[in-house]
Design a binder for this molecule. Structure first.
Ligand SMILES: Nc1ncnc2c1ncn2[C@@H]1O[C@H](COP(=O)(O)OP(=O)(O)OP(=O)(O)O)[C@@H](O)[C@H]1O
Ligand SMILES: [Mg+2]
Length: 433
């Protein structure tokens, strides 16, 4: 219904729609994302094409049924197939409307078709749609509703999944309040270490510092967003600080942070939405956080749990395929959006879907390892704080060779505990066990 409202705003009046659907007419409707394209296509088919009939007229009396096709990442048939069908339809007498999120694939005659951009979501469209869907009587207090809704500029940036979350609320006013809540700016979390605070980062140190420098250059207009490395994969054994590193990167960038795992999304799944919707909503939130020049880091932890699509078939294959496909689409679209980083982490870099970690997606792999003996004193110092101030930690480092960051943290905690239990100050010996 909402997409229908957007279509109405796009084309203006029934006469314009009739023009689009007249025999011989052919046009392209351009949408911002593949989800939006799919919604617009559904609305077109269910709403406009059927309503295009005059009252009392049977659809068999229509000269010809217009063909409405959708070419987008999430389209039912592949993009290439749809484009071929559309191209063939051009030589047919019936009308053609191609709904797409990308003009790049259109060649030849298709490339010369008139293009209309789908009107962005706005308060007018929402008020109209809520009247249809959320009000039994069609009456609602429009003034209160408009006052509660976010500004049109914010609505225009909301993705369909985020709007979908809000539409699950019961009354129109609650939908409006939920929308306002969902677009409220997310403050970057400042509680925790930044990259500069973390010792022993190895390869990750200079790679991530470069990103922070590049973003500073981007902010003053010296570097295009396209030049900034923004699709990352942290690969390394458990306890080496991958999760901490992602949060630290977000803090160093002053970015809003959107961490998730497949498990998190499955937990929220119980609310009736699907994992794919949860995922889309998360990416929508990140997009909303970039309104007004903000930055957002989406963090996909334990990304190996989104199984590779080429793994052996079992009863869950189709579930995982749809989740992985959504992930691919969302990652690709997010990386096209100025201000968004997608960071992922895994203990099993070899188990990932190759399409996910190719260049242009999460192609920037950064190996995260346990610290070297030379780096260990820094890591111990980080956890010791002011304890053992001035003590040379090299002997403790030699005794801890090969331990991960998490194990070193645990060693310091154990040392503190032992000293406390024995009612004395901590000594270097406590770290040598
Ligand atoms: N660079 C670091 N310096 C000091 N301590 C660190 C560092 N990185 C991580 N740690 C310590 O190690 C702990 C575990 O880190 P984290 O949870 O980020 O590891 P991980 O690589 O995500 O592990 P897993 O693969 O099991 O999820 C942190 O809570 C922190 O105490
Ligand atoms: Mg982790």
């Amino acid at each position: 219904v909402l997409a229908l409202a957007q279509l109405a705003m796009t084309y203006g009046d029934q006469a314009a729609v009739n023009g689009i659907l007249a025999d011989g007419a052919a046009s392209v409707l351009l949408c911002a994302t593949s989800q939006e394209a799919t919604h617009a296509w559904t609305a077109f088919k269910n709403g406009l094409v059927r309503r295009g009939l005059r009252p009392g007229q049977s659809r068999y009396e229509m000269p010809r049924r217009p063909t409405v096709l959708v070419a987008a990442e999430a389209s039912p048939t592949g993009r290439a197939t749809t484009l071929r069908t559309a191209d063939a339809q051009l030589s047919q007498p019936g009308a053609l409307v191609l709904v797409t999120d990308d003009l790049a694939g259109l060649n030849g005659a298709m490339a010369r078709l008139p293009v209309t951009r789908l009107a962005p979501l706005c308060a007018d469209a929402l008020v109209w749609a809520l009247r249809q869907t959320h009000s039994a009587t069609g009456k609602l207090s429009e003034d209160a509703l408009r006052a509660a809704l976010p500004a049109d500029a914010a609505l225009a940036r909301m993705g369909t999944a985020l709007v979908g979350l809000a539409l699950r609320e019961r009354g129109p006013l609650r939908v409006a309040r939920k929308l306002a809540e969902l677009v409220a700016p997310v403050a970057p979390d400042t509680d925790g270490p930044t990259l500069e605070d973390l010792p022993g980062l190895g390869e990750a140190g200079p790679r991530l510092a470069q990103i922070v420098t590049d973003v500073a250059a981007y902010r003053v207009g010296q570097l295009g967003w396209g030049e900034v490395e923004r699709g990352l994969l942290f690969a390394g054994p458990p306890g080496t600080g991958k999760t901490l590193l992602a949060a630290a990167l977000a803090r160093s960038l002053g970015a809003s942070f959107f961490p998730t795992t497949l498990g998190d999304m499955q937990k929220r799944d119980s609310g009736g939405s699907k994992v794919t919707q949860e995922m889309s909503a998360l990416f929508d939130s990140a997009r909303a956080a970039t309104a007004g020049g903000g930055l957002a880091v989406v963090f996909l932890d334990e990304i190996d749990s989104f199984a590779s699509r080429d793994r052996p078939h079992d009863h869950n294959t189709s579930y995982f395929t749809s989740v992985t496909n959504t992930l691919l689409t969302q990652v690709t679209e997010a990386l096209d959006c100025e201000g968004i980083f997608v960071v992922s982490a895994t203990n099993f870099p070899d188990h990932l879907d190759p399409a996910l970690i190719r260049a242009g997606r999460l192609g920037a792999r950064i190996d995260v390892r346990p610290p070297t003996v030379r780096q260990i004193p820094g890591v111990l110092r980080y956890h010791l704080g002011d304890d053992l101030a001035g003590t040379d930690l090299a002997p403790a480092a030699r005794a801890a060779a090969g331990l991960t960051q998490a194990q070193l943290a645990e060693r310091v905690t154990a040392a503190r505990r032992r000293a406390r239990a024995e009612g004395r100050a901590m000594s270097l010996d406590d770290l040598l066990v």
